[in-house]
Design a protein around this ligand. Structure first.
Ligand code: FAD
Length: 496
């Protein structure tokens, strides 16, 4: 039986390993770090637990599907629950908005807290659902470059759902056509950041994203986001996947247009199928020594990056929830700074995630809170990171002090920081982009690298920098699309 090599143990690498092992192939994963998970990793300081990267968990069905595929009971590995509040929003003028996931509560809150028509909001969410069901599922579940019969059957009705506003208007313009209040427009513009894009540029198509959070629901994995990595890693081990940690891959070996294996730490490992979970840019640039294709990929705009402060806060804040947003007073100027000027904005939108809200006394010491404080920044690595951190910290503290009416700096017991350069170094994400390439162009979905190489047989791609895009749900789908392409190839190589 042929063996498969996977480069990278990010969430897409782990899902790929599970799918191919469940199909009966022997799988080896090579990971440069000493731990699995890539961006989905974790650390602890003095009893404060911190998920290093993702904090929002949607579409648990993608994880359920992996356990079903592997024929293992999910409850032995992973527990999660739905949370009633998607996010608490704070505006500069003192307005607060609670985004309930229950629709009548949400509509009522929109009327009383934002002065927005609740029925406008529900109409928006219904349109978002239709768009997701007819168009989203099609694009997210299939290869666009090897479309297959099912895709071809569904594409005509899908295209019939797409309107002018979805492709030729920005998300901001589309949102303005639904909502009367500027604050509601801001709130729904924010969804563009869920794949690292700019709502003033990205197409109205991105109005599909709120469907995941506000229609399907927001979830919390017991133990925090790291529970996802742990569950998938344990499942992969159970299926016999062999992991090599501290094992950077330097080269993918090819011969006459076919994959032959890899080199890790100077040692060759043979394989007819290699799956790269490494950023597509670095796969070409470093592992295939193909500067020309790397440059071609580089022509697509990168998604935004992030600057994160992990703070152990020695008090608790009853007005905060699991997810909290403190909006910039000038949202358009903030995105202009991130995507056009490539600088830090003076009054950034601040996101705080606090898992101690779901597991008090476990995720942080009793009576205290673990704050994951994030702002969006440009994906740049050649700037003075220390200066950027200093400037960002001052801006974040000024904003939080103003809106929470407390001196936050005096409550910080422990601190760690993540910046775009560290994201690039820790996970191999070019320029520290969180989600690979941005969706600012209406053609982004078609320009993203496919899940296979058209030049090298046996080479496949998964993860946030390739089709269908970044974020945990999409990365998990990339593994599904990849296995749908790689398994027939493996069968052809080894007919029984
Ligand atoms: P990655 O996690 O990027 O992993 C790639 C792996 O490959 C890494 O482990 C790396 O070490 C390894 N590797 C690289 N080069 C080599 C090599 N040469 N040899 C061996 N190994 C190599 N998504 C959400 O869904 N919700 C969120 O709330 C969210 N928030 C985010 C916040 C932050 C701060 C960040 C950084 C990301 C966030 N995301 C979020 C995005 C999400 O984390 C990513 O889209 C997803 O985790 C990427 O997974 P991946 O499989 O593409 O690979």
């Amino acid at each position: 039986q042929s063996s498969v090599i996977i480069i990278g143990a990010g969430v897409a690498g782990l899902a790929s390993a599970i799918r191919l092992a469940a199909a009966g192939y022997s799988v080896q994963v090579f990971e440069q770090n000493s731990y699995p998970g890539g961006k989905l990793s974790y650390f602890e300081i003095n009893g404060y637990c911190f998920d290093a990267g993702p904090s929002l968990f949607t579409q648990p069905a993608n994880i359920e599907a992996l356990f079903a595929e592997a024929n293992e009971p999910i409850q032995d590995y992973f527990e999660y629950r739905q949370v009633p509040i998607a996010c608490q929003y704070f505006y500069e003028d003192g307005t607060r908005f609670t985004a309930y996931t229950q629709h009548d509560q949400l509509a009522q809150a929109a009327e009383s807290q934002l002065g927005e028509s609740g029925s406008n909001l529900l109409r928006y969410l219904n349109d978002s659902k239709q768009l997701y069901n007819k168009v989203g599922t099609l694009f997210l579940n299939h290869s666009l470059h090897k479309p297959g019969v099912l895709f071809q059957k569904k594409i005509i009705p899908a295209l019939a759902t797409i309107r002018y506003k979805h492709l030729f208007k920005s998300l901001n313009a589309l949102n303005r056509s639904y909502f009367q209040q500027e604050k509601t427009v801001h709130l729904f513009n924010r969804y563009a950041t869920y794949n690292g894009s700019n709502p003033y540029q990205a197409p109205g198509m991105l109005s599909v994203i709120p469907h995941l959070e506000l229609n399907e629901g927001t979830f919390y994995p017991k133990g925090g986001m790291i529970a996802i990595t742990n569950a998938l890693y344990q499942l992969a081990l159970k299926k016999g996947v062999q992991f090599h940690f501290n094992a950077p891959v330097e080269k993918i070996i090819t011969d006459k247009g076919r994959v032959k294996g890899i080199y890790s730490k100077g040692v060759p490992y043979a394989s007819n199928v290699v799956v790269s979970n490494v950023d597509a840019y670095f796969t070409y640039q470093r592992l295939l020594n193909d500067a020309k294709t790397a440059q071609k990929i580089n022509r697509q705009e990168r998604s935004s990056s992030a600057l994160i402060f992990y703070w152990g806060i020695k008090e608790s804040f009853p007005e905060l929830d699991l997810h909290n947003i403190f909006f910039s007073s000038n949202y358009a100027a903030e995105f202009e700074a991130i995507f056009k000027k490539k600088t830090l904005y003076a009054d950034p939108t601040v996101y705080i995630n606090i898992t101690a809200k779901c597991e008090p006394g476990i995720q942080a010491p009793p009576g205290k809170e673990n704050w994951f404080v994030m702002i969006n920044v440009p994906s740049v690595t050649e700037v003075d990171m220390a200066a950027m951190q200093q400037q960002a910290k001052a801006a974040i503290l000024a904003k939080l002090n103003r809106l929470l009416k407390r001196d936050i700096a005096s409550l910080i017991e422990v601190e760690a920081v993540l910046d775009p350069l560290k994201i690039e170094l820790n996970t191999g994400s070019y320029k520290g982009a969180l989600y690979g390439t941005s969706s600012n162009s209406k053609w982004a979905a078609f320009l993203r690298h496919p899940n296979f190489s058209s030049k090298i047989k046996g080479l496949y791609f998964v993860g946030g920098s390739v089709h269908p895009g970044g974020g945990i749900p999409l990365c998990l789908r990339s593994a599904k699309i990849m296995s749908g392409l790689a398994i027939p190839y493996l069968k052809k190589m080894n007919p029984h």
